[in-house]
Design a protein around this ligand. Sequence first.
Ligand SMILES: [Fe+2]
Length: 214
Amino acid sequence: MHTIDISSLDLHRPVNGQFQIQPLPYDKTMLTPAISGETLSYHHDKHYAGYVNKLNELFDNDEFQTFKGLSLEEIILNAPQSVLTNQAGQILNHELYFEQFLSPDYASEPSSALADAIINQYGSIDSFKSEFENKGVALFGSGWVWLSSDADGTLYITQEKDASNPISKGLRPLLTFDVWEHAYYLDYQNRRASHLDALWSILNWRLINTRYIH
Ligand SMILES: [Fe+2]
């Protein structure tokens, strides 16, 4: 596997050393029934915003001041595993997650080079979706299932525990489903598989394509 060069990513940088809470790019009711407005209110306004606020507070701590001003990706890759890298990882995971859903220029299927790579490696778009969902369902506890690519464009489906992100494996993050219970429990209770299956209907593949082609 050829690992990516971090400089090829669109780095998530702070403004004057402080990370900003990014607004949702759609109305909170638009993702129903895959994700209800109530779930989005908790998930974005409480959980995600909490990670941003906590990270900004941590920079006041002497042991973390040296990392102030770095991008999320640089913190994740360079800081010792700690509460700091956990907050940075969760902010990056959630920003990549929230922005990948419906938008005015939404596309319901992958296209061009990404579609070719998926079909080459997984046989069909449907078989890719099955494998991706199965890995999300099988992830024990809290975490994320990711589609990523290496520097050659080869695809990988990985399970990332807790706040982990595939950049730590040298991969370019493309698409993710959040399998922490806070992402679906209000709407689907224990039916994680049903929730993951519903997410395909709101996924904006046009954006996923732009993450793949650089
Ligand atoms: Fe989450």
